[in-house]
Design a protein around this ligand. Structure first.
Ligand code: MG
Length: 367
């Protein structure tokens, strides 16, 4: 959807002194700085630093002698919604006005191109990554949808012995509540009393970039904003219902525990991660590798996931698809392995980062 805003600029938009093309890869984050107002902030990760995007943008304009009415949003979901917006401007030297496309994306490209080879230590808006709190990148998406058994290695270890044709068959989807399930990187997962079969599932998170309804698979990747990491915390026990009405497996109880969707730390825009089907993904528990796979193992690729989900409901900018996990989960091991208080799950995806989740007992949760 194209949004047109009319903005009067009081200064000429001169030719950009810095390239506004996606030449310098970056990651995006939502972060908080202790003692700073207006937290959380939108951040750009360059090397080992995180830049406050708004302040970096102001600095860049000052350094290049420009003024602009375009303010980058502070909120990740708003940024995603506006990323490729077209704005109609009336520069003083261009009385008829003109259109500027993808202004927010181009401002970010400029920031990355300008700052990537600068010395950042002395800049007050460039923080060392270990001095800030990295939050879940989107708080909160409208929708969080999950793919069940979507890697061949995982489907086989769970006993699937038939073939699937992604053009003929339909994936199995379940939903988690974004507000109740998404937690920050590093935040503990509190194991509820009596749940002794909590498992790991490391997953590539696909972030939707624009409203998607009835999208054909050939165009599906146009609707992606970028990629991140999600931990689909799964309880393998207690999912079989015994009541008289519903006796099948209880996906809600097994997948929607409070805090069961650790998310982050970063989002990589898709222009810097052009092939979602050749990405190395790994899960470690207490430093021991448990899952080691590649997204090329997916049964339904990202295009089919978006085409199928959008055939049923509208996906919105910032919505997250957790695209399934690969082989090596605890419950399929012989003997089965489950998580306990004190364990630490780390999910790493090449090019994105590592999502760390310590396990704690519910009794340790702050009241
Ligand atoms: Mg999963």
């Amino acid at each position: 959807m194209r949004v047109v805003l009319v903005i009067i600029l009081f200064a000429a938009i001169s030719a950009a002194a810095v390239s506004d093309r996606p030449e310098t890869p970056f990651k995006l984050a939502t972060f908080e700085v202790q003692g700073r107002p207006h937290s959380p902030r939108l951040g750009m990760v360059l090397n080992d630093r995180i830049l406050d995007v708004n302040e970096a943008g102001d600095y860049l304009l000052k350094k290049t002698g420009r003024k602009s009415a375009v303010m980058l949003p502070d909120d990740m979901r708003l940024l995603i919604e506006r990323y490729t917006d077209t704005i109609f401007v009336h520069p003083v030297d261009h009385p008829g006005g003109r259109e500027l496309t993808a202004v927010y994306a181009r401002r970010l490209y400029e920031i990355a191109n300008y700052f990537h080879d600068k010395k950042l230590d002395s800049l007050p808006f460039a923080y060392s990554l270990d001095t800030v709190h990295i939050a879940a990148p989107i708080k909160y998406p409208y929708n969080l949808l999950n793919m069940a058994a979507n890697y061949w290695t995982h489907a086989r270890e769970m006993g699937v012995n038939k073939d699937v044709d992604q053009d003929r068959d339909a994936p199995f989807i379940f939903a988690k509540s974004p507000r109740s399930c998404i937690v920050d990187p590093g935040a503990p997962f509190y194991i509820p009393e009596g749940r002794d079969r909590i498992d790991w599932e490391g997953e590539l998170a696909v972030i939707i970039g624009k409203p998607a309804f009835h999208v054909p698979k050939e165009k599906a990747l146009d609707y992606v904003f970028g990629y991140s990491i999600m931990y689909d915390v799964s309880d393998r026990g207690g999912r079989k219902r015994k009541d008289a009405i519903f006796q099948g497996p209880d996906w809600f109880s097994g997948k929607s525990l409070d805090g069961a969707a650790p998310f982050g730390p970063f989002i990589v825009p898709k222009e810097f991660m052009t092939n979602p089907h050749d990405i190395h993904i790994m899960t470690r528990v207490n430093g021991v590798v448990k899952q080691d796979g590649n997204t090329s193992d997916m049964i339904y690729d990202v295009e089919h996931q978006i085409a199928y989900m959008s055939s049923i409901m509208t996906l919105y900018p910032g919505d997250v698809i957790s695209s399934g996990t690969m082989g090596g989960v605890g419950t399929a091991r012989k003997p089965p392995e489950y998580l306990k208080r004190g364990d630490v799950v780390e999910i790493s995806i090449d090019g994105i980062g590592t999502l760390k989740t310590p396990m704690k007992a519910m009794s340790e949760r702050p009241k």
